[in-house]
Design a protein around this ligand. Structure first.
Ligand SMILES: [Zn+2]
Length: 411
C-alpha cells in the first residue's frame, strides 16, 4: 500500500514538473488551455508606408476607414508634425476599434527615432511624442573636388539635402563653372545624429570652407536665431550675407506647415478637395511679412479667405495672405520685402488661427513651396553681434576636434 502511494505521488510529481517545464518553454499566447484549435496571431496595426509624393491620408481610404475618421486625423495631424518634414518611407500605423469601424490609435514613425502617438478621444486627439535616444557627434569632413561639387559631396556620404545647403551657400560666393578645378580643397564641419550605430540623414552644417587656386578661400558659418526653428537659421558668409538670392522671403518668422498645397480633406465639408495654398501654424497676432517687394492689389475682407492681402510682384507672380486678424496695408500701396502687412488670425472659412499663403501665376494657383524662400539675405546689426560670437564658438569647436576623422583623398 505504501509502495502504491509512493508511485502515485511520483507520477503526480513527474506530471506537474513536465507540465511546468512545458509552460516555461512554450510561448505564452494566452491561449494554451483552449484546446487544439490553433489561433492565428493577429497583427493589431495596419501599417502603411508613405508613398513617394503620396498623401499620408489617401493611403487610409483604401483600408475602408470612414472618411470622417481620416478627416479628424488629417485636420489635427499638422498641429503636431510639420507636414513638410514627412518623407517617403516614413511609416503610419493605425489600430482600429474592435468593430473595425473607427480609428482607435495611430502611430507615425519618422526617421526612425521619432514616434508620434495619437489616441482618438471622441472628436479630438491625444498626442504624445516618443523620442528614442540618439547620440550626437560633431565631425569634420575634408575632401577635394572631383568632377562636380554635387557628385563629390554625395560620394562623401552627405545627404541630398545637406549637399543642397552647401551648394546653395557656396554658389553665390564662387563661380564654379569658371573657377573650380579638380583638387580644390573643402572642409565641412557637421553635427550628426547616430541611432543604433547608423548615421541618420540630415546633418547640422556649422561650417563650410572651400579653397582653390582660382577661387580663393571662402568660408560659411551657421547662424542660429534665438527663436527655435527660425527661418533665419542657416549658412551665411563671415559678413552675415546669405548667398541665396532668390529675393523671396518667408511670410512668417517660423514656418510650420500644417497643410500642403494639393488634394486634402476639406476641413469644412469633410470631403476631398484641392487646397490652393499652404497653411502655416501660427499664434493669433503673429506678424505676417510680404515675401517680396511689390504693390498691394487687394487688402480687404474677401469671403472664405476672410481678411486677406494680395501683392503683385515685379516678377509677375502674386501672393495671397489669408484669414488675417488685422490688415496693416492699403490697396495700391507699395510694400518692401519683410514688411509687416497684417497679423495672423482666423477670419473667413477657417477652423483656427493660421496663415493661408497662396501663390498665383496669372489666374491660377501654383504650389508656393516651389518658391526658393530665404530667411534673410543679410543679417541685421543686432543679429551680426550674435553671429560673430557664434563664429568664434564654431572655430573653437573645430579646433577641439584635433584631427579629422575622415579624409577623402583623390582617387
Ligand atoms: Zn489654406
Amino acid at each position: 500500500m505504501n509502495w502504491g502511494k509512493t508511485v502515485l505521488l511520483a507520477v503526480i510529481i513527474i506530471l506537474l514538473t513536465s507540465f511546468s517545464l512545458y509552460s516555461l518553454f512554450t510561448p505564452d499566447n494566452g491561449n494554451k488551455f483552449k484546446g487544439s484549435q490553433p489561433v492565428k496571431p493577429v497583427e493589431p496595426w495596419i501599417i502603411e508606408t508613405i508613398p513617394n509624393g503620396g498623401s499620408i491620408f489617401s493611403v487610409l481610404e483604401k483600408q475602408g476607414i470612414p472618411l470622417k475618421d481620416i478627416a479628424l486625423l488629417s485636420f489635427r495631424f499638422g498641429d503636431y508634425i510639420d507636414v513638410s518634414t514627412i518623407q517617403p518611407g516614413d511609416t503610419l500605423k493605425i489600430m482600429l476599434t474592435p468593430d473595425k469601424q473607427h480609428i482607435e490609435k495611430m502611430m507615425f514613425v519618422q526617421e526612425p527615432t521619432l514616434r508620434h502617438h495619437f489616441i482618438v478621444k471622441g472628436d479630438s486627439l491625444a498626442y504624445t511624442l516618443e523620442e528614442l535616444p540618439i547620440t550626437k557627434q560633431k565631425r569634420i569632413i575634408k575632401g577635394s573636388l572631383q568632377g562636380t561639387l554635387d557628385a563629390t559631396l554625395l560620394a562623401m556620404g552627405l545627404s541630398p539635402r545637406d549637399k543642397q545647403n552647401i551648394n546653395n551657400g557656396l554658389e553665390g560666393e564662387i563661380n564654379f563653372q569658371r573657377d573650380a578645378r579638380n583638387g580644390d580643397q573643402f572642409e565641412v564641419f557637421v553635427e550628426e545624429r547616430i541611432f543604433e550605430g547608423k548615421t541618420l540623414p540630415g546633418k547640422t552644417i556649422y561650417y563650410v570652407q572651400y579653397s582653390g587656386e582660382r577661387t580663393g578661400t571662402h568660408e560659411l558659418f551657421r547662424f542660429e536665431d534665438k527663436e527655435k526653428d527660425s527661418v533665419l537659421n542657416g549658412l551665411y558668409n563671415r559678413e552675415g550675407k546669405s548667398n541665396t538670392t532668390s529675393g523671396v522671403g518667408f511670410p512668417l518668422s517660423v514656418c510650420h506647415v500644417v497643410s500642403q498645397f494639393g488634394k486634402r480633406i476639406d476641413p469644412f465639408f469633410g470631403r476631398w478637395a484641392f487646397h490652393q495654398g499652404v497653411d502655416y501654424r501660427a499664434r493669433y497676432g503673429t506678424p505676417v511679412y510680404a515675401v517680396a517687394n511689390g504693390a498691394v492689389t487687394s487688402a480687404a475682407y474677401n469671403g472664405g479667405y476672410g481678411n486677406q492681402v494680395q501683392i503683385k510682384h515685379p516678377s509677375g507672380l502674386n501672393t495671397l495672405y489669408a484669414h488675417l486678424s488685422s490688415i496693416s496695408v492699403r490697396g495700391g500701396q507699395t510694400v518692401k520685402k519683410g514688411q509687416v502687412i497684417g497679423r495672423v488670425g482666423s477670419t473667413g472659412r477657417s477652423t483656427g488661427a493660421h496663415l493661408h499663403f497662396g501663390l498665383l501665376q496669372g489666374k491660377s494657383y501654383i504650389n508656393p513651396t516651389n518658391l526658393k524662400m530665404v530667411g534673410a539675405e543679410k543679417l541685421t546689426d543686432a543679429q551680426m553681434a550674435e553671429f560673430k560670437s557664434q563664429q568664434e564658438r564654431i572655430r573653437i569647436n573645430m579646433m577641439n576636434l584635433s584631427k579629422p576623422q575622415q579624409v577623402v583623398s583623390n582617387r
